[in-house]
Design a protein around this ligand. Structure first.
Ligand code: SF4
Length: 388
């Protein structure tokens, strides 16, 4: 996988043209505030100019980054490049909705140094797209990808969603096949989660549709993994697949490996390693982490920056125990797994690991406990097997 020791930079673009009924990400639909947000984000970046440097990834996520005009994006990127150093091979990802990907925008992204597009396709089936309340059609999705490829975009990631009500295995295979016809370098396949409090959650409570159910979700998960691995993709994280290890999302790998990252924008999270301590009685050096996050409220965010303050809402220093547990939670979500070294601290580690191997959920490869395909299916439960 790509080099992963530099920190990453994340920008949260908190705007959407309309709100998809299943979405619980923070975003607003009042686009009149975009200009003020651009100015505020540039001010926020200035707070960190001495503190972070040498980023090798920039990830523009949201919300809907592709609704920024090329001029707004140019102003943002110019300021970031003034304040921070980016490595010459930095991965610059922009999340885009298919209905925004006009020829002009695609060309502007290339001119501005965006070298990876993550396109929110979700499905190539119009019935699914209507259910999800997406603004685009399957035809628009195809046109957007054709446009990106025709313009020479050599690094495309597609977001797809499965376990939709009424979706059969055949429907899902069809969506995967259309996706593969574009030979994407990367695919993220998420299971639909109906969150309480969203419009979709309310519709479910009213009994307006029947969720896919656990059995179908599990079957579709295994189908996805098998299908894509058969086609040569590397299933490197529960929901993520790469065409060769070099195409793993370099930015997201940082989240799973405790590599520092700076998040700017409302609701963005940041992480940094702080000095560890030499544990008593010969225990190994303990790394530790500090995390902080911004207010997930655009108005509060703008107000704080107008008053010359960083819009930080909270921070926590992980205890060594929390840090150790996170290594398990994050590690078991990736094919790379967890180093046996990191399991040894748990009293029952040998028995727990043996049980997981016997159940076919984990295999030990070169000193690491790595989840199998079926292990991925229960990834969040694997750390619970280890205790003191
Ligand atoms: S476009 Fe993306 S971020 Fe915006 S509401 Fe839809 S799913 Fe959520």
């Amino acid at each position: 996988m790509s080099s992963n020791s530099f920190p990453g930079l994340y920008l949260h673009i908190p705007f959407c043209r309309s709100k998809c009924p299943y979405c619980d990400f923070y975003s607003v639909t009042d686009l009149s505030l975009v200009t003020a947000w651009v100015a505020a984000l540039i001010k926020e970046a200035a707070f960190y100019r001495e503190k972070f440097d040498g980023f090798d990834t920039l990830y523009l996520g949201g919300g809907t980054p592709s609704l920024l005009t090329p001029a707004q994006l140019e102003a943002l990127l110019a300021a970031l490049r003034r304040y921070f150093h980016f490595t010459s091979d930095a991965e610059v990802t922009l999340e885009a909705n298919p209905d925004d990907l006009s020829r002009e925008k695609i060309a502007a992204y290339q001119d501005l140094g965006v070298n990876r597009l993550s396109v929110g396709i979700q499905s190539f089936n119009d019935r699914d797209l209507t259910f999800l309340g997406r603004r685009h059609t399957a035809r628009q999705a195809v046109q957007a990808l054709e446009g990106a490829r025709a313009a020479g975009f050599a690094n495309l990631s597609l977001d797809l969603m499965y376990a939709l009500p009424g979706q059969t295995e055949k429907d899902w295979r069809e969506t995967l096949n259309v996706a593969l016809s574009f030979q994407p370098e990367h695919l993220s396949c998420y299971q639909l989660t109906v969150e309480a409090g969203t419009p979709l959650g309310e519709r479910k409570t009213r009994g307006e549709f029947q969720a896919a159910g656990e059995e179908m979700e599990g079957a579709l998960f295994l189908l996805t993994s098998e299908f894509l691995e058969d086609k040569g993709y590397f299933h490197y994280e529960v929901s993520n697949f790469a065409w060769g290890k070099k195409n793993c999302c370099r930015h997201n790998l940082k989240y799973w490996r405790h590599v520092p990252y700076l998040g700017l924008g409302p609701g963005a999270h940041s992480f940094s390693i702080v000095d560890g301590e030499d544990g008593a009685q010969g225990a190994p050096y303990i790394k530790n982490g500090v995390r902080w996050w911004n207010q997930a409220d655009l108005e509060g965010y703008l107000k704080a920056l107008a008053a010359g303050q960083a819009p930080v809402a909270g921070r926590e220093t992980l205890t060594p125990e929390q840090f150790r547990l996170e290594i398990l939670y994050l590690g078991f979500r990736t094919r790379r797994g967890v180093a046996l070294e990191d399991l040894r601290g748990y009293g029952n580690w040998e028995t727990a690991l043996g049980d997981l191997e016997e159940a076919g959920l984990v295999e030990v490869v070169q000193g690491r406990a790595q989840p199998t395909r079926r292990g991925f299916l229960v990834a969040d439960g694997l750390p619970l097997r280890f205790g003191d």
